[in-house]
Structure formats: C-alpha cells, structure tokens
Design a protein around this ligand. Structure first.
Ligand code: PEP
Ligand code: MG
Length: 325
C-alpha cells in the first residue's frame, strides 16, 4: 500500500465529482520538511512553532527564530506555510518557561493568553516571522483564541512591528495573511465577527473536540468516550463551514481527524475543501477522495444530521458508504 500511495504523489487531489481539495501537512521541525516533497502535499497548513522552543534548553533568541523560519520557508520552496504563533502551555511544556502549577493546564495560561501577557515574547516572534518572510508571503495564525478582541490585540502588536521594521529600512513581507485557530467553543458564537476579522480560519479539532465534549484529549478513558463523528461535533463543524461560506473566509481543519480517511470523508461531505494532517496521511486521504462523490455523501450525511429523531450512527453510515462506493 505504501507503494500505491507513493504513486499518487503527483496526482491532483480532485474528488470523483470534480472538487479540488487542498491537502496540506502539519510540521514543526526542519526534519519534517523533506516530507513536503515526498508526500506531495500542497503546503504546510500548520507549522507548530513551539516545537523549536520545546527542544531548546533556553529561550531561542530573535536571530535564532528568524534563521529557523527562514530555513523553513527556503526548504518549503514556494509552497505556502502557515506559521502558528507559540502554543506553549497545556500539553506543550517548555521547561525553562516556568509557569505556575495549574490545576487545569488545558484551560489555563497558555497559547495566545500567555503571548498577550508576555508581549516581549510575542513581539520577538512576530519580528522574527516578518524578517524571515521579507519579500515573500507571511501566513500566520493564532492558537486558542477565545474572544475576537484577542486577535485585534495581536494585530496591533503586529502593526507596531511592521512600523518598527520599515522605520529601520528592513524589507517587509510582500503579503501578510493573518488567521486564527478555532479551538475554543466560545468562538462558535462569534463566528461572523471572527470570519470578518481574519484572512482565514483553521479549526483545531483536537482542542475543539476536547473542549466541546469537556473530555481531556490526553486521557483515553474519556477522550474515546465520545465519537468525534457523532452528531454534536459534526454539527459544530458544519456551522463553522456555513459561517465561512457566508463570509467567504478561507477555512482549513488541522486536527488529527483530517488525517483519518473515514473522518476526512465526513469533513469533505460537510463542506471542508482544505485539510492539514500528518504527512504520512496524505497518501491514504488522497486515495480516499479520488474515489469519493462528495455531493452524494453530503446528501446522506446532512439528512441524518438534520433528522432529530434519527439514531443512525454516522460512523456506520460512512463505513457502509465507503464499502458500497
Ligand atoms: C488542534 O488542537 O487540533 C491542533 C491542531 O493543535 P494542537 O494539536 O497542536 O493543539
Ligand atoms: Mg490545539
């Protein structure tokens, strides 16, 4: 099967009913980058910048961050890369960054919350990203956004960094794309504000599922208790797609579910046209979508999602659809 997937590398990811799907990969270190060419991914949909911080013994300096991002962009050879700003805290521990012990680290002082409270740290990262992307496109997104105002706050800091760099004669990115991750359920009731505020949205389904179900993603006893392909979560995802369509905001999903052919099938049927996953999943997901009639599956899936009395298992529906098509 590995051979079979390799043979698909240069095949365009177009579904049987003609929909072009953007297949992106997740990365976080330079060792991941050769996978871009090997997998045939369209680009990097999630670059986890905290990895550089997690493997270092002390805080990487501005120059080190800049060199690292420059390297990532060079090795990506023109493929788009979406950098996520630091997602420290929760399950991502940085030893030299001593946060206080927290009773609920997943709900604690992490990601953009920490970045906003340590503007020096955030501004250094923004500066490094801007400098590394001089003359090119910079795509960046913020993790764990809870309120749209947090995005505005980072945008203000970004504007200061842009002014600072141009004042000192640095060249700037040719284009700046500013996005947010949708991982916190509170954003579900700010969808239109969110979609008009940013250039793109990326659903972090690992965290969005954990927070929606109030089930710790690191605790198998509860994380496997609820089905990610159950009605509640698929309805959440469908609402996100509808808001993105309504606002014409580019949308991606970059959690683990994107890399599983069965759940990727559901995502396409719900309306996602861009997904980002571990590189080894690109082949299997592409093999799935080449044979998929998205509209046909969408019809069946939406029927179950809209029927409040139906207790049809969506997982079983997907399995039997896959078997019979
Ligand atoms: C997610 O939460 O789905 C996500 C992609 O981010 P991470 O797994 O790094 O938290
Ligand atoms: Mg996350």
């Amino acid at each position: 099967r590995q051979e079979q997937f390799r043979a698909l590398r240069d095949v365009d990811p177009v579904t049987r009913d003609g929909k072009r799907i953007s297949l992106l990969m997740n990365a976080g270190l330079l060792v991941d980058l050769p996978q871009l060419a090997e997998s045939g991914a369209d680009g990097i949909g999630l670059f986890r910048t905290e990895l550089q911080f997690m493997i270092a013994s002390q805080m990487p300096k501005l120059e080190e961050q800049e060199a690292f991002y420059r390297n990532v962009l060079r090795q990506s050879a023109g493929h788009p890369v979406t950098f996520r700003t630091l997602d420290i805290g929760g399950d991502k521990v940085v030893s030299y960054f001593r946060a206080q012990e927290e009773e609920n680290p997943a709900l604690g002082w992490r990601a953009i919350r920490l970045s906003l409270d340590r503007p020096g740290l955030l501004r250094t990262q923004l500066r490094a990203l801007l400098r590394a992307s001089a003359g090119a496109e910079l795509k960046m997104m913020l993790p764990m956004v809870t309120e749209v105002s947090e995005i505005r706050a980072v945008r203000d800091l970004m504007q200061k960094e842009v002014q600072h760099l141009s004042k000192f004669g640095h060249s700037l990115p040719r284009k700046l794309q500013f996005g947010a991750m949708l991982e916190v359920p509170a954003l579900m009731w700010q969808l239109d504000e969110l979609m008009t505020e940013v250039d793109f949205v990326s659903v972090g389904s690992n965290d969005l599922f954990q927070f929606s179900m109030a089930a710790d993603r690191g605790n198998a006893r509860v994380s496997d208790r609820f089905d990610i392909l159950g009605k509640p979560f698929l309805r959440i995802l469908r609402d996100i797609v509808r808001a993105a369509d309504r606002n014409k905001t580019p949308l991606t999903l970059c959690g683990e579910m994107a890399g599983k052919p069965l759940s990727a099938m559901a995502l396409l049927a719900i309306g996602f046209r861009s997904v980002s996953m571990t590189p080894t999943s690109i082949g299997p997901v592409k093999a799935m979508l080449l044979g998929l009639d998205v509209d046909l599956l969408a019809e069946q899936l939406n029927q179950v999602l809209d029927d409040h009395r139906s207790n049809t298992s969506i997982r079983e529906l997907l399995v039997s659809f896959a078997a019979s098509h």
